[in-house]
Design a protein around this ligand. Structure first.
Ligand code: ADP
Length: 312
């Protein structure tokens, strides 16, 4: 778990981050989202002390990061950035080997790890290991960046707009791959984006910032969509495709789950309500499931995941 406790970062008179308190649970993906200049990157970089806070503390589990040797701290955290920062004259394998080599691993162990990591990100070593970064697509380079960040198996992965420069189709593929990868590796991931749809698609939780590094809302995607905490949040969400779809699509038009022998949910909504109203009902329901009815007929069951998928 990563714990921010009243963390502030000032540059002269500019407050980049203001009194940020927030917990990132282990094994979850937490998205930092908001308009440009709202302190997302600064907050992210303070975790690995690439930037030092002006005041406040950041703990990783029970350890104050300020008390840890900075090199050791950085080695325990993987870092993926937008332009990847691959070494252009190194092959893919040499790039991925960077961190294990710095950590002093022997050659056979490094070679085995590089093969394993390339497999993990869908770039088989036989095809890719000896290529140079210039011989890869943007999406492939980004995968190499992820493989490199996972080098010595850090518990934490920091990702700063990693898919920002990638075309929408490849980007969606990379997002899906990250979710698949997370099923396998279960890292604690903090991911910076300015794209609210990306935040909702990928996040277990979303931290939405406004200017001056103010945390406007920290919630699950379902809570954020159904119950924005302020007009700032509502406006920011309104720029995303998902929110528009939530208020346009009727719950009868999406694929519902069957009852599958499970107990029928106590809450119900009419098939004619929008996904947004259905989501609100899901959040109110004790078990997070709601029955969809039309006239006297049950059409199926809906939950937050079903709605999130349908609104993408
Ligand atoms: P974001 O990642 O949300 O776009 P940043 O965290 O990069 O925002 O920046 C937050 C604020 O801090 C901005 O107003 C930015 O101009 C300011 N800032 C960032 N880095 C510096 C710096 N090294 N010196 C002065 N101001 C900075």
């Amino acid at each position: 778990m990563i714990t921010f406790d009243r963390v502030t970062k000032r540059y002269g008179s500019t407050e980049a981050v203001r009194e940020l308190s927030l917990e990132v649970p282990s094994g979850e993906i937490v998205m930092f989202v908001g308009p440009s200049g709202c302190g997302k990157t600064t907050s992210l970089k303070m975790i690995s002390r690439l930037i030092e806070p002006t005041s406040g503390t950041i703990h990783i589990d029970d350890t104050d990061t300020a008390s840890v040797d900075i090199n050791e701290l950085r080695r325990s955290i993987g870092y993926v950035i937008q332009q990847v920062g691959l070494f252009p004259h190194y092959t893919v394998a040499e790039n991925v080997a960077t961190v294990p080599r710095l950590a002093g691993w022997d050659k056979p162990r490094i070679a085995a790890r590089v093969d394993e990591l390339l497999d993990l990100v869908g770039l088989p070593a036989a095809d890719y290991a000896r290529r140079l970064p210039a011989e890869l697509s943007g999406g492939e380079r980004q995968r190499v960046g992820v493989a490199r960040a996972l080098g010595v198996n850090p518990n934490i992965l920091l990702m700063d707009e990693p898919f920002g420069a990638i075309d929408p189709i490849a980007r969606e593929r990379l997002q899906n791959e990250l979710l698949r990868l997370q099923q396998v590796v279960r890292k604690t991931i903090v991911f910076v984006t300015h794209d609210i749809d990306e935040a909702i698609r990928l996040g277990d939780r979303v931290a939405l910032f406004s200017r001056g590094g103010t945390l406007e809302q920290y919630a699950t995607p379902a809570q954020l969509l159904a119950r924005p905490a302020s007009s700032f949040v509502a406006d920011f969400l309104g720029e995303g495709r998902m929110v528009r779809r939530l208020s346009l699509i009727k719950v009868r038009d999406i694929e519902l789950a069957g009852l599958d022998g499970e107990r029928s949910p106590a809450e119900r909504v009419d098939a004619d309500v929008t996904l947004r109203d259905a989501l609100d009902a899901v959040l109110r329901a004790r078990d997070g499931r709601v029955l969809v009815v039309e006239g006297g007929t049950t059409l199926g069951v809906v939950d937050a995941d079903t709605i999130r998928r349908a609104s993408q």
